[in-house]
Design a protein. Structure first.
Ligand SMILES: [Zn+2]
Length: 74
């Protein structure tokens, strides 16, 4: 997926592990914990560093191109 903050895109992938339910992964980003700026800003900073501030709760950070994929167990 891509997060958009201040007009800038930040590509982000999140691995929940192979046993995590797909609908739960979708839900957490669309309506759950990761739908909130406070958590999204932490996710972006965990990958890109101090490129954006740690945000309070809100919905400034947009998300697009959410794709949930199931990786097969080998
Ligand atoms: Zn929050």
């Amino acid at each position: 997926m891509e997060f958009i903050y201040n007009g800038k895109p930040y590509k982000y992938d999140h691995d929940f592990g192979p046993t995590y339910p797909m609908d739960a992964a979708e839900f957490i980003f669309e309506e759950g914990n990761y739908s909130c700026d406070c958590n999204r800003s932490v996710l972006i900073r965990s990958k890109y560093g101090n490129v954006i501030p740690e945000l309070d709760c809100g919905n400034i950070i947009e998300m697009k191109d959410l794709h949930v994929i199931q990786t097969k167990n080998m």
